[in-house]
Write a protein that binds this ligand. Structure first.
Ligand code: COA
Length: 161
């Protein structure tokens, strides 16, 4: 079976991530979406909620699995028998970070391959941080996030203001 992993913090899941997930599913039979805390950022949404958003969007999809992970991505990949990582690139400035990460991962685990998908042009401006600002200042987030996140925010909006 043709398997890949799409790791990220997904804080929260955006339509940009959904675009990368859907297009990965055209390339791979099985996609493990691995949710973690990025050590460089403080998360806004709880890990369990970030996982729930993805599960809700893909609950009928046999090819999608969603799991949390801690520690190095390469170790998690080895433990799950996966050698391909998918990452999205929105703009040129993403490339430097992704390039460093891909090469370092390869030094740690030589069998690994990183597949980069270029974001749809309509999603190149999206980032989870910008979306969180729009939430905080009560702007219209509808064009940026999926239904699972919208529903959650309708219930919990006060916590983010
Ligand atoms: N469309 C829209 N936005 C996108 C996007 C897309 N296709 N792809 C990424 N983004 C945005 C996210 O919204 C997020 O925005 P923010 O910076 O405003 O929060 C940002 O780009 C990056 O988020 P994400 O893709 O979730 O990844 P990340 O950079 O938070 O996480 C990991 C990177 C988890 C893959 C990395 O930290 C990791 O592997 N950690 C485990 C430890 C490890 O092995 N480290 C690497 C050693 S080489």
């Amino acid at each position: 079976m043709n398997k890949a992993i799409y790791p990220g913090s997904f804080d929260p899941l955006t339509l940009g991530h959904i675009d990368i997930i859907n297009r990965s599913l055209n390339l791979f039979d099985h996609l493990l979406i691995a949710v973690t805390d990025n050590s460089r950022k403080t998360p806004t949404f709880k890990l369990e909620d970030r996982i729930k958003f993805i599960k809700e969007e893909y609950n009928n999809h046999k090819g999608v699995e969603v799991l949390p992970f801690k520690g190095l991505l390469v170790d998690f990949m080895k433990n799950n028998g996966i050698k391909t990582v998918v990452r999205g690139i929105r703009v040129f400035s993403d490339f430097e970070y992704e390039f460093q990460m891909a090469l370092t991962n390869k030094q740690l685990f030589s069998d690994i391959e990183t597949v980069f998908l270029l974001s749809e042009i309509t999603h190149t401006n999206l980032s989870s941080s910008l979306i969180k600002d729009i939430i905080r200042f009560k702007g219209n987030i509808d064009p940026f996030i999926p239904n699972s996140v919208k529903k959650f925010l309708m219930k919990h909006q006060k916590e983010f203001l």
